[in-house]
Design a protein around this ligand. Structure first.
Ligand code: PMP
Length: 460
């Protein structure tokens, strides 16, 4: 590898980046004021390496996606081989190629038994777009075209296309979005720590699910086509719902004949110690959104898992599905995703998260429970959260919302570790290959960073 390491003129790169690159989810005025971007040039294992040679412990697996860790030569080789053999051909108009066929079969084999088909896209946003199209196509195919309304949750993240932003419940995105899709409605998220008040978690889980039922009754069940949710909300703040929540949602969807879309973009491919997050809660969806861990981010690829209920109906009665992307089932992306799933299987990463590192993380994070800035810690597998509060007892937050999170995140980054702030919730989602020692190293930095943040916020 070392002969491949390139030397970069970091100052010139920062200057050029500032001049020409509009970054996603970035306040550009703020970024430029702070001297521009940190330039990441390489990565290996769970570490990023910046242009100055600093090693940064990546507690977020990139954007919740690099499940098998960085520097996997066999994934690069899978892409290389496939690009030489067949770099591109589409899967429209009665053609297919070996990698798209093999990957569809492989993914279907990991999904619940009544899922036998997948539809490929390039990003989680696109796959959710596809799922939205499939919901409408399904209800039209079975003669109920009026079931157009979709229910989602506040503060959910389902992508950044118009459909993704509409399905999501992020208020700042909605504000900038102009007229988003008006048939998508949002109800309370099952976020006990913030919204639970005096209820115990079990009671609150039922209360949050009840909001879905009330929304269905308000809109009229005959007009509601689907409910969408992540098993554990990721970007919404790693919201692990109370155990009562999903069974009640499931009951409601069945009672009113509403399709359930399970967004597994973050939870899928081992993150929670199972192949899919739905296995934690007994969720029985009709459509499943996958991306990120499908290829561990080495190449862009996403997929919609389509249950037999939906697939059979649209194939029987639907005619042509007028939908697809030029790069649906891109050969190189499929080849990389296949090799990535092989690594997850061979190295038993799902079992490792379930039996070793997940339980270790759950124990290790408890060291913060007594910290004056911390109101709650929670984990499931290798996804976790630390709630930042002004007052531990009352769960009172700092004003304005998000300030404490930003202070904390910057302290982490200064100390060469990445944890993300979702409002005032610090979240983590490291590569699934992280070792116990690396978890300790991450939390040593977290402790120093929390202390520094507490001093800055006047808590200590
Ligand atoms: N759904 C969920 C749950 C996500 O977390 C994300 C991305 N963070 C998306 C959808 C959108 O995926 P992408 O950024 O690949 O479009």
């Amino acid at each position: 590898m070392s002969e491949m390491i390139r030397n970069y003129d970091v100052e010139a790169l920062v200057k050029s980046d500032t001049a020409h690159h509009l970054h996603p989810f970035t306040d550009h005025k703020g970024l430029h004021g702070e001297g521009g971007s940190r330039i990441i040039t390489r990565a290996e294992g769970v570490y990023l390496i910046d242009g100055h040679g600093e090693r940064i412990l990546d507690g977020m697996a990139g954007l919740w996606c690099v499940n098998v860790g960085y520097g996997r030569q066999e994934l690069a080789e899978a892409a290389y081989r496939q690009m030489l053999e067949l770099p591109y051909y589409n899967t429209f108009f009665k053609t297919a190629h070996p990698p798209s066929i093999e990957l569809a079969e492989k993914v279907a084999s990991k999904l619940p038994a009544d899922f036998n088909r997948v539809f490929f896209a390039n990003s989680g946003s696109e796959a959710n777009d596809t799922n939205l199209r499939l919901v409408h196509h399904y209800w039209q195919s079975v003669g109920k075209p009026e079931k157009v309304n979709i229910i989602s949750r506040e503060n959910a993240y389902h992508g950044s296309t118009v459909a993704g932003a509409s399905l999501g419940g992020m208020k700042p995105m909605h504000k900038q979005g102009g007229k988003l899709i008006p048939s998508i409605h949002h109800v309370m998220q099952p976020y006990w720590f913030k919204l639970g008040g005096d209820m115990d978690p079990a009671e609150f889980g039922l209360h949050a699910a009840k909001q879905v039922e009330e929304k269905i009754l308000e809109l009229g069940p005959e007009t509601v086509g689907a409910f969408i949710g992540e098993p554990i909300q990721g970007a919404g703040g790693v919201i692990i719902p109370p155990e009562t929540y999903w069974p009640e949602i499931q009951r409601i969807c069945k009672q009113y004949d509403i399709l359930l879309i399970c967004d597994e973009v973050i939870c899928g491919f081992g993150r929670t110690g199972t192949w899919f997050g739905l296995e934690n809660f007994g969720i029985e969806p009709d459509l499943i959104t996958m991306a990120k861990g499908l290829s561990s981010g080495y190449l862009p690829i996403a997929a919609s898992g389509v249950s037999d209920r939906v697939a059979d109906a649209v194939m029987e009665n639907g005619g042509e599905f007028y939908h697809g992307y030029t790069y649906s089932g891109h050969p190189a992306s499929c080849a990389v995703a296949l090799a990535n799933i092989e690594i997850i299987e061979r190295e038993r990463l799902v079992e490792k998260v379930a039996d070793e590192t997940g339980p270790y993380l759950a124990e290790a994070i408890k060291r913060f429970d007594d910290h004056p800035l911390v109101g709650e810690t929670r984990t499931r597998g290798l996804i976790g959260a630390i709630e930042l509060v002004k007052d531990k007892k009352t769960r009172a937050r700092f004003e304005p919302d998000g300030k404490a999170g930003t202070v904390c995140r910057d302290e982490f980054f200064k100390r060469n570790a990445v944890m993300r702030a979702c409002g005032d919730t610090m979240v983590l989602s490291p590569p699934l290959i992280i070792s116990k020692q690396e978890i300790d190293a991450l939390f040593d930095i977290a402790e120093e960073s929390l202390d520094a943040a507490a001093a800055k916020l006047g808590v200590m």
